[in-house]
Design a protein around this ligand. Structure first.
Ligand SMILES: Cc1cc2nc3c(=O)[nH]c(=O)nc-3n(C[C@H](O)[C@H](O)[C@H](O)COP(=O)(O)OP(=O)(O)OC[C@H]3O[C@@H](n4cnc5c(N)ncnc54)[C@H](O)[C@@H]3O)c2cc1C
Length: 354
């Protein structure tokens, strides 16, 4: 059981900044995210796009914003449960909560804050009749640790950046990499397309274009896939493999949070914005894109503000009767933050996010 003071669901900009605000109040935090990396929409949808409305940053790339947030929260040493979706919420008699993920990891905290944005990003799955039989037995939809694939045979399908980038990366890790795409043209960045074609010429990637995986074979675990060639007369290829990784993108869904007994309006969680962004379940807050109230603006800066307000309320819940005097960070500083170590910290953050 993972124990913390504030359990945060969602590692988007709002969830990450909550770690900072909670840390100023000396509250421990732990974050769950369904994605294998922190950053929410900024990291998953538009890491290379510039954002122009983050106060004091005339322009910042979404990916750099996430990197800066990771650096800012590093002194508070938050815990992370990544690549797992928060599935159930159970309220205990003492008012605290247990949140369990789809992989069975249990987290216990007196306060839960949902910073789930548009919802958890669910993989788009290809229509293959026995796909579900091999999930976690060779079929995976997200690559969390590339070392898992060392000296293994891997079939990746998809035509976007993710499929290309992972095929290129795994060409040096796996014993065999096949990349299967329905069309002749890839949608990914030009340099990735060129690199993949180069590796195909060198025999480091087996490229199947105008083709798709249509069947899976194996006893307990996946052993082979059948690739159907869509241009006439070419038939099918039987490709032995340990892993099949369809990378067709992710689509957000409110998902299991919608069944937790929270008041929902238009796919968002209703909160009390006059006070502290608490939901209809005492001790459960909702902040950032996932909540709704009159006048709500779905912007990153709204999430930051809501995180600050919500943490003050959580402090009172966790420390009933204890008086907290708010100090400016210019006065109180940030415990554990040493400007001279900024560069070293940046490296740590990069290795976490890599
Ligand atoms: C193309 C694009 C451009 C944008 N440009 C701007 C801009 O210029 N300025 C601006 O202010 N905003 C912009 N936005 C909006 C901004 O990205 C969002 O307001 C912001 O990401 C909201 O942050 P968040 O942390 O609340 O949610 P998100 O970033 O959506 O993060 C939520 C996280 O919660 C996780 N999650 C959800 N449910 C679960 C669950 N059950 N279990 C585990 N994890 C879960 C998700 O996987 C996700 O990582 C843009 C959005 C897009 C798509």
């Amino acid at each position: 059981m993972i124990e913390t003071d504030i359990l945060i669901i969602g590692a988007g900009p709002t969830g990450l900044f909550t770690v900072f605000e909670a840390g100023l109040l000396k509250l421990r935090t732990h974050i769950i995210d369904a994605l294998p990396q922190p950053g929410g929409q900024c990291a998953e949808i538009y890491p290379k796009k510039p954002i122009y409305d983050i106060p004091a940053f005339p322009e910042i790339l979404a990916g750099d914003l996430v990197e800066n947030l990771m650096q800012q929260i590093e002194p508070f040493e938050p815990g992370f449960t990544l690549a797992e979706r928060a599935e159930t919420l159970e309220k205990l008699d003492d008012g605290s909560f247990i949140v369990t993920t789809n992989k069975g990891t249990k987290h216990h905290a007196p306060v839960v804050v949902i910073a789930g944005g548009l919802g958890s990003f669910e993989p788009r799955k290809p229509l293959i009749s026995n796909l579900a039989d091999f999930e976690d037995k060779g079929v995976v939809y997200m690559i969390k640790d590339p070392e898992v694939y060392r000296n293994k045979k891997v079939v990746i399908s998809g035509g976007g950046d993710s499929a290309l980038d992972w095929a290129i990366f795994l060409a040096d890790v796996a014993s065999e990499v096949s990349l299967v795409h329905r069309r002749n043209e890839f949608r990914g960045a030009l340099d990735s397309v060129e690199k993949a074609s180069e590796l195909a010429k060198l025999g480091k990637i087996k490229l199947f274009t105008q083709a798709e995986v249509v069947r899976l074979y194996g006893d307990d675990n996946l052993e082979a896939v059948v690739v159907k060639h869509n241009d006439e007369g070419k038939g099918e290829s039987y490709v032995e493999t340990d892993y099949f990784i369809p990378l067709f993108g992710l689509s957000p869904k409110l998902g299991p949070i919608g069944n937790w007994g929270l008041e929902i309006e238009k796919n968002a969680i209703k909160v009390n914005n006059a006070y502290d962004y608490q939901t209809n379940i005492a001790g459960v807050y909702a902040i950032g894109d996932v909540n709704t109230y009159p006048g709500k603006l779905k912007l990153i800066l709204s999430g930051f503000h809501e995180a600050a307000v919500m943490c003050q309320s959580a402090y009172q819940k966790i420390n009933p009767g204890k008086r907290y005097v708010m100090k400016y960070t210019t006065v109180g500083g940030v415990e554990g933050f040493d400007g001279s170590k900024k560069e070293a910290k940046k490296e740590v953050v990069q290795s976490i996010t890599a």
